[in-house]
Write a protein that binds this ligand. Structure first.
Ligand code: NAD
Length: 282
């Protein structure tokens, strides 16, 4: 039976260390300030905002939420980003996704000062990520690497298959894993014969958002399986992985909940603290 990779445990450990870093900054008169722009009333976003706020409070980061109406204009959004960019007290900025359809998201993301780009989504930071000299890392990808490192699971030469090609999970994770000398394939909804790839994966990461999609048949024996998916099924939160069946075959796997989710929130706060340190030359 596969060993659990306990994301919650690691997130708690890292939170403790992060608190110490923030206390040191505070002793020098610096309080990290993180601004989240939320446009509209997406119910999942409201939950994510609360989760972030709890974590920020726990660590000692000031989190400000800028709640904008569902019909917010592009011009007003850009004006807010300009104000936050110019505000010396602000260390990190992110736009909570999804944004309403009238918003040109790429244009808004491009407007964020790369030095305050907590999600690593500005073009220059995405470029730095692929060039391998980044100063900020997307939270989910950062959390996954932290988990593999914690359990001393080496990526060098490993055959990694990532399901999902989003800008926030699949693509940045591929960049960071390539940097660690893994051989990476990115699969997506139009991939033909998914099983041909997944069955050869030493490390299989699923970020498709499809409950139960990863059956035991798709998994190589003794693989490491990372479940990023968060889905609601029969009133419960489940991942993409058919957990009980896959556990019989994998060597290691992450649970949902308690796997990548808590690490993502914690990693996001790490990015805020890193950007604060960088801004202040610490
Ligand atoms: P997304 O919708 O932007 O991307 C989903 C990707 O999966 C797409 O590239 C799509 O092509 C691919 N996909 C969908 N169905 C597929 C299928 N049947 N076969 C192959 N590929 C398929 O989503 P996202 O924002 O990247 O998030 C993905 C999932 O991860 C969601 O469930 C989301 O809630 C979850 N998520 C979790 C965390 C966390 O902290 N655990 C963080 C971010 C996202």
């Amino acid at each position: 039976m596969g060993q659990l990779l306990d994301g919650q445990l690691l997130a708690d450990l890292r939170t403790g260390k992060l608190k110490e870093s923030v206390n040191k900054l505070k002793a020098g008169g610096i309080i990290p300030c993180f601004c989240v722009i939320n446009i509209g009333n997406d119910p999942s976003s409201q939950i994510y905002l609360k989760t972030k706020k709890r974590k920020a409070d726990e660590i000692g980061i000031v989190q400000k939420v800028y709640q904008l109406p569902e019909n917010e204009t592009q011009a007003d959004l850009l004006a807010l980003i300009d104000r936050l960019n110019a505000d010396q007290k602000v260390d990190g900025i992110m736009i909570q996704l999804p944004a309403p359809k009238q918003i040109n998201l790429n244009q808004a993301l491009e407007r964020i000062d790369p030095e305050k780009d907590v999600d690593c989504l500005t073009p220059s930071n995405v470029g730095r990520l692929w060039r391998g000299d980044h100063f900020v890392e997307p939270a989910t990808a950062h959390g996954i690497l932290a988990l593999l490192d914690h359990y001393q699971l080496n990526l060098q030469g490993q055959n990694v298959v990532i399901i999902g090609r989003s800008s926030i999970v699949g693509k940045p994770l591929a960049a960071l894993m390539l940097e660690r000398d893994a051989t990476v394939s990115i699969l997506h909804a139009k991939t033909q014969n998914l099983a041909a790839y997944t069955k050869r994966a030493d490390i299989l990461v699923s970020a498709a958002g499809q409950a139960g999609m990863i059956t035991a048949k798709l998994v190589k024996k003794d693989a490491i399986v990372i479940d990023v998916g968060i889905n609601r099924q029969n009133g419960k939160t489940v991942g993409d992985v058919d957990f009980d069946a896959v556990r019989q075959k994998a060597k290691y796997l992450t649970p949902v909940p308690g796997g990548i989710g808590p690490l993502t929130v914690e990693s996001l706060m790490e990015q805020v603290v890193n950007l604060t340190r960088r801004k202040n030359g610490r």
